[in-house]
Write a protein that binds this ligand. Structure first.
Ligand code: ADP
Length: 774
């Protein structure tokens, strides 16, 4: 019931890699518990202070007696300390303390320093009377001195130069199989010895070995209670775990690689071709120096999964490092080891995770690195990716060089626009465009559906998804360039079917319940209509489902809800002042409506829909061009005047107002939309267009044609107006898509308007200014 009152001075520690906290306290005095007031959540008690220094000096007799005792104690203590290595600063300090501290305090201090069991320490604590305390501590000192003598004798004979204090310990008692504290300490000590052994046997670089040995020397001298102890130990453990020399053997065989790539991925011919070239060069040259591949394309087109396939073909470990939102360069390069909670960067962590020094690292989303006050992570990546430098990559945490030259880096991004130029320069960009509907159907049936079936424990005998259903999902439930949403929808279908199948199994086990409802004849007639497979049909639930469950449009609606996207195009184009443009976003191509309306006013132009500066300028350009050509095209305002803005305000709106839009390619669409507004004619409902305009009415080329065309194709449009100088981009588009579409190549706005309106757009006088006047 006796304890020590103490003051907490410091709490340090971290939760990484495992929770380890150190509490630094200053002991104040002994106290005794008089009454326990409560135990939870922490004990509270009434206590009485026991140590009072005046008390010790009271009474002459005891002082004399004590004087002898304390003198004896002091002698032993000095003898013990002098047997230790005085060159260690802590020992020298202890020696000084013996002289400076009041004698009464010595028994407590020395008991805490010399090797004693917990039990013995408690006994000393319980000895409230000073005399008793001295008497009890002296034998412990003597024991320690004897132990040291013995040890020094054996040491000498072994010529061991290690002067550490190792004390003999009393016989350990292991009570009821539980580990005493003593044993724990020994374990820790053993751990350090093991660690040293591991360091010596590991294959780390010479420089690293030197650093580690120095650290382990420090660790041995450090009391475990020091916060640095945990830090140093974590550091050394990491150093031992790192794959300094461990690698997997490459098995590079181009023919096998081609098969793996083809098996894992449908379509993406250009990407696969480039990857094979890359691997072939690696095989011939037998090293990995070369450009870093960077796959750029919309989400869900398989960039990550191609990276994984490359690792598979090479027989290497694969590790993905997500860089999206990383804004601190220590994320890449690690924190310096000077503060608590420091840790290595993601590269070194990745190497530790995979356990070999030649993995494939996929740097995901390099376009989403951000800059902040904590430095520029892109700059740190430069060092990682540069083959000239990365053989001696120095993580701040490790503080020694690690060779990254065997690591194969692959990067992915949605757009190159936001990749810092210096980083982009180190990489070879391979565009991965979105998929056509046909490609998506193939991908779904070859890869996604089998994968989802396996994930949900279903077999093709239980569920059947015909191609028309897949097409329905693609067109009516998803609108994306990749296949990720499609994959999710297929997952949802599999889940719903899994419930049905599991219920069916349950019912089959109890056939008597199957007779409810309209019944048994349903079991016999397996028809292809919606009946047996409409999942939400309650009468149906009473029956074991007919296998395979066919997913048709009714079932789709039951599982996925009403279609999310309608073929709304024609509906929206049924009044003048609407046109369809094509836009490119990092997520792939999209169709974009442009709406215009006019009202009485003072010639103002209002633009809404989150537009960037370039887009606003395009709108101004379009209006200027139309105003200057109003007569030629017979465009009038509401009161019949050719001055289009006379007493008229114009409002242009780009729906999906939450998405920021910018870029010059909407120019032709704005012109067409306004021409429709002022002429009162409807734009053809199946036409989409893209192109930049000039003040003189020329149409300039724009980027992202392939993605835009795919988007138009997805939306069911038939005719696409593109700038003439973009003709070369059409070659990249799959033949079957091209077959479905008519392309109009326009060099000037005349041609655009003619193609956009049924029956052309009448021009009063032919344009002359394209012909040379010379
Ligand atoms: P990204 O990294 O481009 O965002 P992922 O690589 O994560 O996309 O791909 C998403 C999913 O789509 C993966 O399950 C992948 O297997 C599948 N996938 C994408 N493209 C194809 C393809 N051409 N063939 C087979 N599966 C594909």
């Amino acid at each position: 019931r006796i304890g020590t009152a103490a003051l907490a001075v410091q709490v340090v520690g971290s939760n990484w890699p495992k929770p380890h906290y150190t509490l630094l306290v200053t002991g104040l005095c002994r106290f005794q518990i008089l009454q326990l007031l409560k135990e939870k959540p922490y004990p509270v008690a009434e206590v009485q202070q026991l140590d009072r220094l005046e008390q010790f000096t009271n009474g002459h007799k005891s002082e004399e007696e004590l004087g002898e005792l304390s003198e004896q104690f002091y002698k032993y203590a000095v003898q013990l300390v002098e047997m230790l290595d005085m060159s260690v600063p802590a020992v020298a300090k202890l020696r000084r303390l013996l002289d400076n501290l009041p004698r009464e305090a010595l028994p407590d201090i020395l008991t805490s320093i010399i090797r004693t069991t917990n039990q013995e320490k408690l006994q000393i604590l319980d000895a409230v009377r000073l005399e008793e305390r001295f008497k009890m501590t002296i034998p412990l000192l003597v024991r320690q001195i004897e132990g040291l003598k013995l040890l020094q004798k054996t040491r000498k004979s072994k010529q061991d130069d290690d002067k550490r204090v190792v004390a003999i310990r009393p016989n350990r008692r292991i009570t009821h199989g539980s580990i005493t504290e003593d044993e724990e300490e020994e374990e820790d000590h053993d751990d350090v010895v093991m660690l040293e052994k591991k360091i010596r046997t590991s294959s780390m670089s010479e420089q690293a070995l030197k650093v580690c040995l120095k650290e382990i020397k420090r660790l041995k001298k450090m009391p475990q209670s020091m916060p640095e102890y945990a830090l140093t130990r974590n550091y050394l453990e990491l150093m031992v775990e790192l794959p300094w020399n461990k690698s997997t053997k490459d098995r590079l065989e181009i023919r096998a690689a081609r098969i793996v790539l083809d098996n894992d991925h449908y379509a993406m011919e250009k990407l696969k071709k480039r990857v094979l070239e890359y691997l072939a060069v690696r095989q011939l040259k037998n090293n990995l120096k070369g450009p870093i591949l960077c796959f750029v394309g919309p989400p869900g087109v398989g960039k990550t999964s191609v990276g994984r396939s490359i690792a598979k073909t090479l027989g290497r470990e694969f590790h993905r490092i997500a860089l999206g939102g990383v804004c601190d360069q220590s994320d890449i390069r690690g924190h310096r080891r000077t503060y608590v909670g420091s840790m290595p960067g993601r590269i070194i962590n990745g190497l530790k995770t995979v356990g070999v020094n030649n993995p494939v690292f996929l740097l995901d989303e390099v376009d989403k690195l951000a800059k902040s006050l904590q430095g520029d992570p892109a700059a740190a990546l430069l060092e990682v990716l540069d083959p000239e430098q990365n053989h001696s990559f120095t993580d701040h945490y490790l503080n020694v060089a690690f060779d990254l030259s065997q690591v194969l880096f692959i990067a992915t991004a949605n757009t190159t626009a936001t990749i810092p130029p210096a980083l982009l320069d180190r990489m070879e960009v391979i565009q991965v465009p979105g998929y056509t509907q046909e490609e998506k159907i193939e991908i779904a049936h070859r890869h996604l559906i089998p994968k989802q079936l396996e994930l949900h424990g279903l077999t093709p005998q239980q569920i059947q998804i015909p191609q028309v259903t897949t097409l329905g999902i693609i067109t009516r439930y998803t609108r994306e360039a990749g296949v990720r949403a499609l994959d999710r929808k297929l997952g949802a279908i599999c889940r719903a079917v899994a419930v049905k199948v599991a219920e069916g199994q349950h019912k089959e086990a109890k056939p008597d319940r199957a007779e409810v409802g309209e019944g048994e004849d349903c079991k016999e007639h397996i028809t292809e209509d919606a009946k047996p497979e409409s999942i939400s049909d309650t009468a149906d639930l009473a029956l074991p489902p007919e296998m395979p469950i066919l997913i048709d449009f009714h079932a789709l609606k039951d599982i996925l809800g009403p279609p999310m996207y309608d073929m709304e195009v024609s509906e929206r184009l049924n009044q003048p002042g609407v046109a369809i443009g094509l836009a490119w976003t990092p997520l792939g191509g999209e169709i974009m409506f442009v709406e215009a309306s006019r009202m009485d006013g003072e010639g103002q132009l209002t633009l809404t829909g989150q537009l960037g500066d370039v887009m606003k300028e395009s709108a101004h350009l379009a209006i200027s061009w139309l105003r200057s050509n109003a007569k030629r095209y017979q465009l009038t305002n509401a009161s019949g005047s050719f001055d289009l803005l006379d007493n008229t305000d114009i409002h242009l709106h780009f729906p999906a107002g939450a998405v920021t839009k910018d870029g010059p390619s909407a120019g032709v669409t704005i012109v067409t939309c306004l021409a429709s507004l002022f002429s009162g004619r409807l734009v053809c409902s199946d036409v989409a267009m893209t192109g930049e305009i000039t003040l003189r009415g020329l149409v300039l080329p724009v980027g992202g044609i392939k993605d835009k065309v795919l988007a138009a194709h997805r939306a069911g449009l038939k005719r696409i107006i593109i700038p003439q100088r973009n003709e070369k981009d059409l070659e990249e588009i799959a033949a079957h898509v091209r077959q479905d579409l008519t392309f109009v190549l326009a060099a000037c706005l005349d041609e655009v308007l003619n193609a956009a309106f049924d029956g052309g757009f009448a021009v009063k006088a032919r344009l002359e200014h394209f012909n040379s006047k010379l």
